[in-house]
Design a protein around this ligand. Structure first.
Ligand code: CO
Length: 212
């Protein structure tokens, strides 16, 4: 049984394509022939954090990967393939890791219990917690702890992106892409740039993970 909301998707799609065609009759034809996005976005799967809507970017502007709690793991062949393709073929100028306050994945990682299959995924976040344990244990307020882990997770995943050979090789050759960390506040709709100093981060990462 198709719900009203389900059926409406196709009605809205028809209205949308008609309005795009009215503005520019070559719009779909041009996009079909090539994509040239400037951004690769790695964010959380959470339905309340849609990449195109929060950034205001249009069709064709942003290459997107989303998973639980915006994790960048070097044994995730899906994401590693996306990073390679985005860097080598699409030649994106910016890679963004975007976390969000109130992230269910971060909250789950802070709970001291098993979530079954999800445990192996949450381990990536628990590793971030372990790396920053001495600072995080000072936060006695649960909300402060969650919020800080959201930010530290973004920073750590930015480093994981920089650890890939594709990013380092391209940056040496082309001076792009640079990698950024953002946090989205679901309560207010505000997007915050953590202003990570890319060159400084790259130097730090390359002390151990130099893969040029
Ligand atoms: Co989330």
């Amino acid at each position: 049984m198709k719900s009203e909301k389900y059926t409406k998707i196709f009605e809205d799609n028809q209205k949308w394509l008609e309005s795009r065609n009215a503005r520019d009759e070559d719009f779909f034809e041009n996009l079909y022939n090539q994509q040239n996005p400037e951004f690769l976005y790695i964010g959380c799967s959470d339905s309340r954090v849609p990449a195109n809507i929060i950034t205001g970017l249009d069709v064709g502007d942003i290459f997107v990967h989303r998973n639980i709690a915006n994790v960048v793991s070097n044994n995730d062949m899906n994401l590693m393939s996306i990073i390679q393709y985005a860097v080598e073929q699409l030649k994106v100028k910016h890679i963004i890791v975007c976390g969000h306050y109130g992230c269910g994945g971060i909250q789950a990682a802070l709970e001291q219990k098993s979530f079954g299959l999800l445990d192996s995924w949450l381990k990536n976040i628990r590793d971030v917690y372990r790396l920053h344990y001495s600072d995080l244990k000072l936060l006695t307020n649960e909300q402060d702890l969650q919020d800080r882990l959201v930010e530290l997770n973004v920073i750590e995943q930015v480093e994981n992106v920089i650890k890939t050979a594709y990013v380092q090789k391209s940056y040496v050759k082309n001076k792009f892409p640079t990698v950024h960390g953002w946090v989205y506040d679901m309560k207010t709709g505000k997007l915050k740039d953590l202003d990570i100093d890319f060159d400084k981060k790259l130097k730090k990462v390359q002390l151990v993970y130099k893969l040029e």
